[in-house]
Structure formats: C-alpha cells, structure tokens
Ligand binder design. Structure first.
Ligand code: HEM
Length: 274
C-alpha cells in the first residue's frame, strides 16, 4: 500500500512541478507585456518631448520634474528616464532559460549592464527624491528610498554570488533584484488594479498621501518579494500540495497584475502619448 502511494506520489510530483513552472512562465509573459508597454510609454512621452526640445512637457506628469536652469538635476532626471528604458527592456530577458542555455554571453553582458544601470538609476532616484521631491508625502519618499537602497544591496549580492560561482544563490538574488527594480512598475500596476477593484480612487487621498498610497509605497516591492520567496521555497523541495498552492496563488496574482497592466496602459500610459 505504502509502495503504491509512494509510486503515485512520484508520478504526481512532476504535475505539481509543471503547474508551478507553467504559472511562473505565464507570470513572466504577462509581466513582459506590461513592462514593455511601460518602456514604450517612457520612450514615447519623455523621449518624444526631449527630441522636440519641449522638456517642460515632462512636468505634465512629474511633480519634482524639469526645472529651467537646474542643469545638474535635469541631467540626473534625464539619465534616470533613459536608464529606465534600458533596465526595463533588458530585465525580463535575463529570466529566459533558453537565452541562458544558448546565448550565455548575452546573459552575461545584459546582466552586467542590468546591475550597473540598477546602481546608477537608484542613486539618481535617491538624489531626485531628496532634492526635487516626488508625488505623495513622506511615506512615498521613505518607501521609494528604501526601495533604492534594497536594489543596490540585492544587486551587489547577486553580483557577488555569480563571481563566487554559486549559481543557485546568484539566481535567488538576481530574481530579488528584479522584483525590487520592478517596484516602481508594480506601484503603477497595483495602484490601477486597486482603483479598478474599488471603481474609484478609494483611500488615495486628495494630496496622494492616503492610507492606500502609504501602504503601497512599501508594499509595491515587499509584496512581490514575498510572492517570490513563496515561489522559491515551493520550487526547492516542497511537497506536492505546497507547490500546487503556490502555483494557485501565483495564478491569482498574475490575474491581478494583468488587470493592473490594462488599467495602467488605458488610464495612464496611452492617454499621455496619444
Ligand atoms: C529601478 C527602477 C526604476 C525605474 C525603471 C524608474 C523609472 C521611472 C520613470 C519611468 C519615472 C517617470 C514617472 C512616470 O512617468 O511614471 C520615474 C520618476 C521618478 N523616479 Fe524612478 N525609476 C526607478 C527607480 C527609482 C528609485 C529607486 C527611486 C528613488 C530612490 C526613483 C525616484 C524617482 C523620482 C523621484 C521620480 C520623479 C517623480 C516625480 O517627479 O513625480 N526611481 N522613475
């Protein structure tokens, strides 16, 4: 009886692994579409205005944006926006196993570029927050600053582990870096999913400092990090039910992310470029 049960478990095991891998691939596909839509918006809106020499147009969106005569801050802001395109385009490609298997030099060079850009964009972001400010109140400033510091720390660890040849630890820290780098994107996607779910800007506050904004200023990267930990633990030796549970949770999260992407694209990004 025990032998039959173990044999059945052994047969079932791959199904749980397949479910987890399948949902993770679905999550990746949905995130890729959403992140590249964000890239298209940043390039078209900020790039378009810059090419036309109309930098003041950036301030239709930004609170601490372009300042006439403020050269250093403007250069830092322009670098931040240009690097946002580079990092958001290249990030999702690092997770494709086929690229790692067949084009390892691409993975290595794209990875080095990603780490370097993550460092520069975070330092630029910290400078921007504390010199020019951002939308929302103190929670937003502290939340995004902690995000920047964590990006630098996680990126450094991902780098250190790959240099030491510990690929398993490198994978874990590179994935954590990706979730942290995606924090600003999750902020927009989560905000729009929340607004759609509530059929209006509930708990956002007139000055963009309401309870939801204060919570999401930290949640936009801590919640994805928590989901990643669940996924990693389920993938490394967890039982069949834990794997199915993690796959189910990730599926629900993926649906929410999909709704948020639609909301952000229709409500924020497309109207600014059309
Ligand atoms: C690492 C990935 C990041 C990306 C891809 C990114 C991308 C962007 C983009 C596209 C904008 C323009 C806002 C919009 O049109 O929606 C922006 C603005 C801004 N970012 Fe980042 N960012 C990142 C990280 C950070 C970090 C870590 C900080 C702070 C430590 C930061 C601080 C800012 C600030 C202050 C603004 C201006 C906001 C305003 O004036 O209202 N960013 N960022």
């Amino acid at each position: 009886m025990t032998a039959i049960t173990s044999a059945a478990r052994a047969q079932d095991r791959p199904a749980a692994d397949r479910a987890l891998a399948g949902v993770a691939a679905l999550w990746w596909g949905v995130a890729l579409i959403g992140q590249w839509l964000f890239v298209a918006y940043v390039a078209a809106f900020y790039g378009g205005a810059a090419v036309g020499g109309d930098f003041e147009r950036w301030n239709e969106v930004l609170v601490g944006g372009y300042v006439r005569g403020g050269t250093l801050g403007n250069v830092v802001l322009a670098a931040h926006l240009a690097l946002a395109v580079v990092i958001t385009l290249g990030g999702p490609l690092q997770m494709v196993p086929q690229i790692r298997a067949r084009a390892l030099p691409f993975h290595r060079w794209n990875g080095r570029l990603y780490m370097l850009v993550a460092l520069i964009i975070s330092l630029a972001g910290l400078y921007m927050v504390w010199t020019r400010g951002t939308a929302g109140g103190t929670a937003m400033r502290v939340g995004i600053s902690l995000n920047g510091v964590l990006i630098i720390a996680a990126g450094a660890l991902a780098w250190r582990y790959v240099r030491a040849g510990d690929i398993a630890a490198h994978r874990r820290w590179a994935l954590r870096t990706f979730m942290l780098v995606s924090g600003v994107w999750f902020f927009r996607v989560g905000l729009m999913a929340w607004i759609l779910a509530n059929q209006g800007p509930a708990l956002i506050g007139d000055d963009f400092d309401g309870p939801f904004v204060r919570f999401w200023a930290f949640g936009c990267y801590l919640a994805p990090l928590a989901m990643l930990e669940i996924y990693l633990r389920a993938g490394s030796g967890a039982g069949r039910s834990a794997k199915f549970a993690a796959a189910g949770l990730l599926l629900v999260v993926t649906a929410g992310v999909g709704v948020g992407i639609l909301g952000a694209a229709m409500g924020m990004w497309l109207p600014r470029v059309s």
